[in-house]
Design a protein around this ligand. Structure first.
Ligand SMILES: NC(=O)c1ccc[n+]([C@@H]2O[C@H](COP(=O)([O-])OP(=O)(O)OC[C@H]3O[C@@H](n4cnc5c(N)ncnc54)[C@H](O)[C@@H]3O)[C@@H](O)[C@H]2O)c1
Length: 267
């Protein structure tokens, strides 16, 4: 194993599945020691085991990112193993049916859905940054996972979209607060990435609508996102901070309705 992250220590949250698992694997493949953090212990262990099976170094950390005590303990455990943290990918979000699935009309919204969404998606990112920056001895790099849902409105998921919009503001604050210490912070904003969670949440009609919104014939994969995250965390991005990069196959680069009609007329 060798590459851009040789000898560096990475921490990835929500790394038990999907985008986070792919990012953890990518950072490990590029030479990083990786803390694989997830709420689900078995999932974190599985990702860490897969990294080790490919010759990488990883430790599984079980933690709810919305709980400050657990975050403090997880970061301490990683620092005890590897001495420091150099890069953080704060990626965990609450996407289960009981929260994201009930994030629908505002007039019927259970406030507990709003609160849990903010707790995990926004407070979780804040807690990860709060406890990681102090153990970045030589500067560092942070990427937060936002979403295209942060950049446009929709008829559902106001809590989710608002939490992801707030992450974009938070990215700029972190970049501003810690830039002088050599800490960079950026966000990525993916459109639909067909993780297992996304597949479960979408109907065939919704998937077709998403396909119609894209300019490119292909959707983004977890590996596409991992490539972007790895670039932003690497020294190749040393002059990039405070930015949000959409990775969306062109979804936001145009007025979606126009492409929808073009696509439908072409069928
Ligand atoms: N998949 C998409 O289409 C898509 C699009 C835009 C943005 N995103 C964002 O990308 C990130 C990853 O999405 P994904 O599709 O890979 O999801 P996923 O469900 O595959 O993985 C999310 C992981 O986060 C973990 N998690 C949930 N709550 C947690 C908590 N409180 N503490 C620690 N870990 C927790 C889950 O256990 C899970 O392993 C999320 O931030 C999501 O909002 C996803």
């Amino acid at each position: 194993m060798s590459g851009r992250f040789d000898g560096r220590v990475a921490l990835v949250t929500g790394a038990g599945a999907g985008i986070g698992a792919a990012c953890a694997a990518r950072l490990a493949a590029e030479g990083s020691f990786v803390g694989v953090l997830d709420l689900r212990a078995a999932a974190a262990k599985a990702t860490a085991a897969a990294i080790r099976a490919h010759g990488g170094t990883a430790v599984a950390l079980t933690c709810d990112v919305s709980d400050e005590k657990q975050v403090r303990e997880a970061v301490t455990e990683l620092v005890t193993s590897f001495g420091r943290v150099d890069v953080l990918h704060s990626n965990a979000a609450v996407l289960d049916a009981d929260v994201y699935g009930r994030d629908r009309d505002l007039d019927g919204l259970d406030v507990a859905v709003w609160d849990r969404t903010m707790e995990v998606n926004l407070r979780g990112a804040m807690l990860m940054v709060k406890h990681t920056v102090p153990v970045m001895p030589d500067g560092g790099a942070i990427v937060l996972t936002s979403s295209v849902s942060a950049l446009v409105g929709d008829t559902v998921h106001a809590a989710y979209g608002s939490s992801k919009s707030a992450l974009i503001g938070f990215t700029r604050y972190v970049a501003t607060m810690y830039g002088s210490r050599g800490v960079r912070c950026n966000a990525v904003a993916p459109a639909l990435v067909l993780t297992e969670t996304a597949r479960r949440a979408m109907t065939p009609a919704q998937l077709a609508d998403k396909a119609a919104e894209r300019l490119l014939p292909w959707a983004c994969s977890v590996d596409d996102v991992a490539g972007l995250v790895s670039f932003l965390l690497s020294d190749e991005a040393r002059c990039i901070t405070g930015q949000t990069v959409a990775i969306d196959s062109g979804t936001l680069a145009h007025r979606p309705q126009h492409a929808v009609h073009q696509w439908r007329d072409g069928q």
